[in-house]
Design a protein around this ligand. Structure first.
Ligand code: ATP
Length: 237
């Protein structure tokens, strides 16, 4: 067993145990517990400032919590740093942000392939995989720059980029926040189809009740704790 690896349930891709995070004298995460299995979708809602992005940053290993543990695919990501952290993140986690974080002057296939290239995949293979994914997600691969695509198309490119390294865990932070209602539906359809199709675990942070309600489990982050969301959670901002 490698250092920092604990034996965990076979299907658990994310295990957070008693996570506590404090910023100055303010407690952001009081005690957060969460297990996400492969093939499962979880939506997290909560008031603005409740710590949702902080929680995702802890899962990515970008913020170190004061106490508690975060295992991604059985490995203590909270104990990794430097290249080992980078590699575990690249190999295990895909991320979709609201803004897409794409380079507008590149065509979609370049934006997607770059994530595979960074993970060490050979150029021809990276481009072939990117083209396949974009065809699967019905986005033109190289007809125009990414910046010229619609918001929904750009978000599908962002999903393709998050998927290209076949992550066990997919994190989406407000993935539909910048979209109109039609594109929102399309992107939500796509995201929620992924746990089944790719057998990944999906965590969606969203204020959108309609998007949250499609997850298998809906949770509310409030007062530093995750609890099952009441029916109306996700509306509050
Ligand atoms: N280094 C820091 N020092 C002080 N406060 C911080 C620090 N980092 C984060 N915070 C505070 O922690 C709180 C949680 O922020 P976070 O972005 O995680 O909330 P959020 O639930 O994602 O909010 P939103 O829904 O508005 O995106 C905020 O009040 C933020 O100002």
């Amino acid at each position: 067993m490698r250092a920092g690896t604990l034996k965990s349930a076979d299907s658990a891709v994310l295990e957070i145990c008693d996570l506590r995070y404090r910023a100055g004298d303010r407690i952001i995460l009081e005690s957060v517990d969460l297990v996400v299995n492969s093939g499962e979708s979880v939506a997290i809602s909560g008031p603005s400032g409740s710590g949702k992005s902080t929680l995702l940053m802890c899962v990515l290993g970008l913020l170190k919590a004061d106490e508690g543990s975060v295992l991604v695919r059985g490995e203590r990501i909270d104990r990794l740093s430097g290249r080992r952290l980078l590699r575990h993140r690249r190999e295990s986690i895909g991320v979709v942000f609201q803004s897409g974080e794409l380079l507008p002057e590149l065509v979609p296939v370049e934006n997607v392939a770059v994530a595979a290239l960074l993970a060490g995949v050979a150029r021809a293979e990276a481009f072939a995989q990117a083209e396949q994914l974009l065809a699967d997600l019905k986005v033109p691969a190289d007809a125009m720059d990414t910046g010229a695509l619609s918001g929904g198309e750009r978000q599908r490119v962002a999903v393709a980029r998050a998927l290209i390294n076949k992550p066990a865990l997919l994190l989406a932070d407000e993935p539909t926040g910048a979209l109109d209602s039609t594109s929102r539906e399309t992107v939500a359809d796509l995201l929620y189809s992924l746990p089944d199709r790719w057998n990944c675990g999906l965590v969606v942070v969203t204020h959108d009740h309609a998007v949250a309600s499609r997850a298998q489990r809906r949770l509310l982050l409030q007062d530093g704790r995750l609890t099952p969301a009441p029916a109306e959670a996700g509306v509050a901002r």
